[in-house]
Design a protein around this ligand. Structure first.
Ligand SMILES: Nc1ncnc2c1ncn2[C@@H]1O[C@H](COP(=O)(O)OP(=O)(O)OP(=O)(O)O)[C@@H](O)[C@H]1O
Ligand SMILES: [Mg+2]
Length: 469
């Protein structure tokens, strides 16, 4: 859950910084002070007094280690519970409108109360146990103080040590107790910070984005056809090994082609796009412009492929910043306005108080679904990619806007030779496609032009005639 990761990262980073501070700024002086106190005691006091006095240190340390070992598990549970609560809060905030419409406030409150109660009970147990260990530490020090005063007074009455030595030994013992108390605190805090630091390293191990792994070396001779923009060869893909999503796909998409991708929901269209954009690992071969996708760095891919998803990513910035998102250069306003024109967004932008400099809410929350999509589409006209992938990118647009944007994209194809892969449920979106592939159950089951596929018996004509969604 997003909130879970966010909360964990914050706490882990705080814990790791605290761990470093404790190790270098607190622990070293405390150990030095303890050693100095021990040396003073051993050299100035008679062994009969010094040796029993020093026993306070191993007993105190043993209590702390026992405390640490018994509290470790509960500290991990507390951390996990807090992370789960962070996750729930962000989840609830994202779904606030649905929660209000369904009126599930009481239900959500009950769910959250259960987690809070679990956390409260765990915290209470933890603090009660911590208090018990603090009592033990205090008793250890108090018993040794009384013992030390009693023994030294007795030795003074027996003339084994001088009367002044009683005061000296009390002062020395106090000098030993102070760093010992510091050590108690530091060791306990160290253990708490260690739990957080370990979680930090656990988090750091999670990212397994294979596209950032060292790139595979290029083979000496490429077998790809030079005119191929995208080529799939025995491509298979699974999110989890027990369920294959794409089965042994073979496909060749020439440069400049407009390829439509249709098929029922869940058949693997978006998964195919994720593989082509190197977002998920796969078996088989994908070649982009004749080159193996595994040899592409993320930067090279960003310069080659542009993806417009159904739910575009918008930042809490101005319309200008959103349209230019990801570009290295800062295009002049006229160029951005031209892109906005082609994306049929000009009228809307002109109606805003600060036009192109109007600041959008996080995720474009103050825009309609179609306006968000049009901002994402405007990016294409600035980026002019070699390969454009549209995944239901115009699904929220009215027919007229979709047609206008479609012809602007086709114009761009003519100007730049751009290749387009377009996924659409609304089949008319694919009417002008050079070729349409129809997928079902992770396989390509039909291929042809719009007119050919309507004539053929199969999924496409079923979808066209409304027999299949
Ligand atoms: N991140 C994921 N982890 C595990 N399984 C997933 C994940 N994303 C999708 N799937 C599964 O993979 C299958 C194909 O999903 P995909 O999103 O590719 O379908 P789609 O054809 O794009 O559907 P739609 O038309 O509804 O967008 C589905 O069964 C889906 O449940
Ligand atoms: Mg999809």
């Amino acid at each position: 859950m997003t909130g879970n990761i966010h909360g964990r990262l914050n706490r882990c980073l705080d814990g790791t910084v605290k761990l470093e501070k404790l190790l270098f700024m607190d622990l070293a002086p405390a150990i030095f002070n303890s050693v100095a106190a021990v040396v003073v005691i051993v050299t100035t006091l008679p062994p009969v007094l010094a040796l029993p006095m020093l026993l306070v240190v191993p007993i105190g340390i043993a209590i702390v280690f026992r405390q640490i070992s018994t509290q470790r598990g509960i500290r991990v549970e507390l951390l996990d519970t807090k992370a789960a609560m962070d996750g729930s809060i962000v989840e609830l905030l994202n779904g606030i409108e649905v929660i209000r419409i369904i009126d599930s406030v009481a239900l959500e409150q009950e769910r959250f109360d259960r987690k809070s109660e679990f956390l409260r009970a765990k915290e209470m147990r933890h603090h009660v146990q911590m208090a018990k260990y603090d009592c033990l530490k205090f008793l250890n020090e108090a018993v040794f103080t009384v013992l030390m005063i009693g023994v030294s007074a007795y030795l003074a009455t027996q003339n084994v040590i001088s009367t002044g030595a009683v005061l000296t030994s009390y002062l020395c013992f106090n000098q030993l107790l102070k760093p010992l108390e510091e050590l108690h605190r530091i060791l306990d805090e160290l253990s708490e910070s260690m739990v957080l630091a370990e979680d930090y390293f656990r988090l750091a191990e999670i990212p397994c984005d294979f596209s950032f792994l060292p790139l595979e070396a290029a083979p000496s001779a490429s077998t790809a056809e030079p005119e191929t923009a995208v080529e799939l060869h025995h491509l298979s893909f699974a999110y989890h090994s027990d369920k294959v999503i794409l089965h042994d796909l073979d496909l060749s998409i020439p440069h400049g082609m407009f390829l439509g991708i249709a098929g029922p929901s869940g058949c693997g269209k978006s998964s195919l796009i994720k593989a082509v954009c190197k977002l998920e690992n796969y078996t088989g071969t994908i070649r982009i412009g004749g080159r193996d996708l595994r040899q592409f760095s993320r930067k090279e891919l960003a310069n080659t492929i542009a993806l417009v998803p159904q739910n575009p990513f918008l930042i809490a910035g101005t319309i200008y910043e959103n349209v230019c998102y990801g570009l290295e250069r800062q295009p002049p306003e006229q160029e951005v306005y031209a892109a906005i024109d082609k994306a049929c967004l000009r009228e809307f932008v002109d109606s805003l108080p600060d036009t192109i400099h109007t600041v959008l809410a996080e995720g474009g929350a103050n825009l309609s679904g179609g306006q968000k999509q049009r901002i994402a589409i405007a990016r294409i006209f600035l980026r002019k990619p070699d390969i454009l992938i549209l995944d239901e990118a115009t699904s929220a647009l009215d027919n007229t806007s979709e047609r206008l944007i479609q012809s602007a994209i086709e114009q761009l194809m003519k100007e730049t030779g751009m290749t387009v892969l377009s996924i659409a449920h609304r089949l008319t979106t694919l009417k002008n496609a050079d070729r349409i592939i129809v997928m079902d159950g992770g396989r390509i089951v039909q291929s042809g032009t719009y007119e050919e596929l309507i004539e053929q018996d199969g999924i496409f004509s079923d979808m066209y005639h409304g027999k299949l969604k």
